[in-house]
Write a protein that binds this ligand. Sequence first.
Ligand SMILES: *[C@@H]1O[C@H](CO)[C@@H](O)[C@H](O)[C@H]1NC(C)=O
Length: 289
Amino acid sequence: MELLAVVCLCLLTWSGTTFAAGNGPDVIKMVVKEGDDAILPCSLSTRENIVQKLFDWKRDGQKEVFLYDAGVTYGKDHPGQDEQFKQRVFHFPDQLPFGDASIVIRNTKVTDSGNYTCDFPRLQPRRRGLIELVVDPVLKDRTEENIPGAAPAPVTKILKVTEDGVVLQCEVRGASPKPDVKWQDSDGNVLRAEEPQVSERGGLYYVSLLTTVTKTSTNLFHCVSTQKDIGHRTEEEIYVPERLLEDKSCHEAPMFIGGVFTGIVIVAAVLSVLAAIYITIRRNKGEFK
Ligand SMILES: *[C@@H]1O[C@H](CO)[C@@H](O)[C@H](O)[C@H]1NC(C)=O
C-alpha cells in the first residue's frame, strides 16, 4: 500500500513538471534556402495524443497557413486556407499521437518569410509556439565555391521532433572527391547518425546525414564535412532550441511507471501464488493430521 502511494505521488510530480514546461514563449529562428522545404517544429511538451485535437498555424497573426481539426485539414470541405499555402503545407499524421503538430512547407518562396504561430486554441492551458522563418534566396549561391570540387559549407536544419529527440539533417551539396560527413556535439564527440544518403550527379557528390539529438549543455551541434585528399574541411553549427529538447526525462517516465506497475503486478501475482501454496500446504497438513 505504501509503495502504491509513493508511485501515485511520483505520478503527480511527473505530470506537474510536464505540464509546467513548454509554456515558454521563446521564438525559434530558422533560415532556409529558397526552394527548399521548411519544417516548422511544434510539439506539446506533454506529448499527449493530438489526433482528436485542433491546431492552427498562422503567419504574422492573420494568414491561414494550416489547420488540423480531429482529422480534417483545409481542403474542399474546409475552406479558408490562404492561396499562397494551398497544396504546399502538410502535417505529419504519424507523429500526432506524440503531440507533434509540426508542418512542412514545400518549395519555399521568399514571400513565405514571416512569423509563424502554432496554436492549440482549445487546450487548457492554451499553448502556442512561435517560429520566425526566413527564406533566403542568397543561400542558393553557397554551392558555388572557389576551389573546384571543394565541398560548400554543409547546410543544417531541424527536420522534425520525434519521441526519441530532435532529428537534424546535414546536407553537403556538390562535392568532389566524396566528402566524409559527420555530426558532432560541441565538445567534438562524433554523434551516432543514420547511414548517409549519397548520390552522384555530374561527378559531384551529394550527401545527406541524419542524426537524432537530445539535450546537451549547449544544445549546439556541428556538421563537419572533410575531404582528406584535398585537405578541405568545412562545418556548420546548428542550435536546437531548449524547448524542442526538453522533457526527454519525463518522456521516459511513462515507461518507467509502466515498469513499476508491471513490477507491482508481478510481485502481487507471486505473493498470491505463494499464499495459495501456503494455504494449500496448511490445508493438506490439516487433512493429514
Ligand atoms: C517577426 O516579428 C518581428 C517582431 O515583430 C519582426 O521584427 C521580424 O521582422 C518578423 N520576421 C519576419 C521574417 O517577418
